[in-house]
Design a binder for this molecule. Structure first.
Ligand SMILES: Nc1ncnc2c1ncn2[C@@H]1O[C@H](COP(=O)(O)OP(=O)(O)O)[C@@H](O)[C@H]1O
Ligand SMILES: [Mg+2]
Length: 351
C-alpha cells in the first residue's frame, strides 16, 4: 500500500492507527476511478483525533484544492442550523433581508465536515438524507433545488447504533453516512503511541513557547503509560503544553506530571467504565493544522449555549471545549472508577 504523505500528521503506529491509515490510503488510491466520493463517518471518543483525521482526508484527497467547510452541529442553535446549512431566500424569515447561500453551497466542489452529526434534530436528519440522495439543496423559502457537489465527511463521539435503537437517529441516514466508517481507538488502547505523542507535544510546546527542550524522565514515562487518558490525545497534548510551561527542570519527572492514576492491569484493555463513547462533550481543536494553501476553511463560531439538546439528553454545559471535555470526563469518572481517572488538581490538564 503506497504511503499517503499527508496522513503522516496522524502520529502513531499502533495497530488501530495503522488500520485507519491503510483504509484511507486504499480509498484515496481508488478515488480516481470513482465518479463520486463516498461519505465517510469517523467515530471515536472525544479527543481521539476525529477533526484532525477529517482535515487530513480532505487534504490528501481529490478535493484538496476546494474548500473545507467545518460545521460543528452541536455549536449552532437548532433554529439557525437549517438556514446556515442550506441557506435562505430574501424574506424567508423576519431577519432575512438578503438571500444567503448555505454551508453546503460554500462547500461546493470541496468537502463539508459535519462534526457531532449525532446531535442533528430529526427534521435536519431528513434534510441531510435528501441532500445525500439527490445531491441538491433547497434554501429556506426557495421553490427550487440547487445542485451541490460536496464530499460529505461526518464525525460523532456518540454511539450511533444505540441512538438508532433509541429512535434518536435515522437508520437509513446512518447507512448513507457510513459508506466508509473509521473508528479512532481511545488512547488507552494505543499504549504504543502514548510516548511518541507525548514527546511530540512536549517538543512542539517547547519550540512554540521558545523554551529550552525538555525530556521525559523514566518515572514520567511510566506514569504516562499507566494513566487511562479519558480525554485522549487532547488531554495528553494539554498536559505536555502545561508541563513545558510550568516544569522548571529539563528532565520532566512523574511528580511534575501530577498524574495520580492507578495502572490499568493491561494497558490495552478498556476499563469497564469507559467503554461507551462520551456523549455530551463538544470537542474543538485549537491546534488542528490549517490547510497550507489557498482553500478557504470555514468554522462556525460557537454559540453552543442556545442550542437545545434533544429531549432524551441532558443539556450540555455552555463552556469551552476543554471545560466540556472535563465535565464529560468527570461525569464518567466520579463515582464510577475514580482511582483510574483522578488527576492531581495542581497540574491537571483540565485546569
Ligand atoms: N494521532 C494524532 N497525532 C497528532 N495529533 C493528534 C492525534 N490525534 C489527535 N491529535 C491532536 O489532539 C487534539 C484533539 O484532536 P481532535 O481532532 O480535535 O479530536 P476530536 O475531534 O476527536 O475530539 C488536536 O489538537 C489534534 O491535532
Ligand atoms: Mg472534534
Amino acid at each position: 500500500m503506497p504511503e499517503v504523505k499527508q496522513l503522516a500528521d496522524l502520529i502513531g503506529d499502533s495497530p488501530g492507527i495503522e488500520a485507519i491509515r491503510e483504509r484511507v490510503a486504499r480509498l484515496l488510491q481508488r478515488q480516481g476511478d470513482l465518479r463520486r466520493l463516498p461519505p465517510v463517518l469517523i467515530e471515536g471518543e472525544t479527543g481521539t483525533g476525529k477533526g484532525l483525521l477529517a482535515r487530513m482526508i480532505h487534504k490528501a484527497g481529490p478535493r484538496a484544492d476546494g474548500p473545507f467547510v467545518d460545521v460543528n452541529c452541536a455549536a449552532i442553535p437548532e433554529t439557525l442550523l437549517e438556514a446556515e446549512m442550506f441557506g435562505f431566500e430574501r424574506g424567508a424569515f423576519t431577519d432575512a433581508r438578503r438571500a444567503k447561500p448555505g454551508l453546503f453551497q460554500a462547500a461546493n466542489r470541496g468537502t463539508i465536515f459535519l462534526d457531532e452529526v449525532g446531535l442533528l434534530s430529526e427534521p435536519l436528519q431528513a434534510k441531510l438524507l435528501k441532500v445525500l440522495e439527490e445531491r441538491s439543496v433547497r434554501r429556506l423559502g426557495a421553490t427550487r433545488d440547487e445542485h451541490v457537489d460536496v464530499w460529505i465527511l461526518t464525525a460523532t463521539n456518540e454511539d450511533l447504533k444505540s441512538a438508532i435503537q433509541r429512535r434518536r437517529f435515522r437508520e437509513d441516514l446512518y447507512h448513507r453516512l457510513a459508506v466508509l466508517s473509521l473508528t479512532l481507538p481511545p488512547l488507552r488502547q494505543r499504549a504504543g503511541d502514548v510516548l511518541t505523542l507525548a514527546e511530540h507535544f512536549l517538543s512542539r510546546a517547547c519550540v512554540d513557547y521558545g523554551m529550552p527542550a525538555k525530556t521525559l524522565a523514566a518515572d514520567a514515562r511510566a506514569a504516562l503509560l499507566a494513566y487511562a487518558w479519558p480525554g485522549n490525545v487532547r488531554e495528553l497534548g494539554n498536559l505536555m503544553e502545561r508541563v513545558a510551561l510550568l516544569s522548571s527542570e529539563s528532565d520532566v519527572t512523574a511528580e511534575a506530571l501530577g498524574l495520580t492514576s492507578v495502572a490499568p492491569s493491561n494497558a490495552t484493555a478498556t476499563p469497564p467504565c469507559a467503554r461507551s463513547p462520551m456523549r455530551s462533550a463538544t470537542t474543538r481543536s485549537s491546534r488542528s493544522p490549517a490547510p497550507t494553501s489557498a482553500p478557504p476553511v470555514r468554522r462556525l463560531a460557537s454559540t453552543a449555549s442556545s442550542r437545545r439538546p434533544p429531549a432524551d439528553r441532558p443539556p450540555r454545559p455552555a463552556s469551552t471545549e476543554d471545560q466540556q471535555d472535563r465535565s464529560a470526563i468527570q461525569q464518567r469518572a466520579v463515582g464510577r472508577c475514580p482511582a483510574v481517572w483522578s488527576a492531581s488538581p495542581q497540574l491537571s490538564p483540565f485546569h
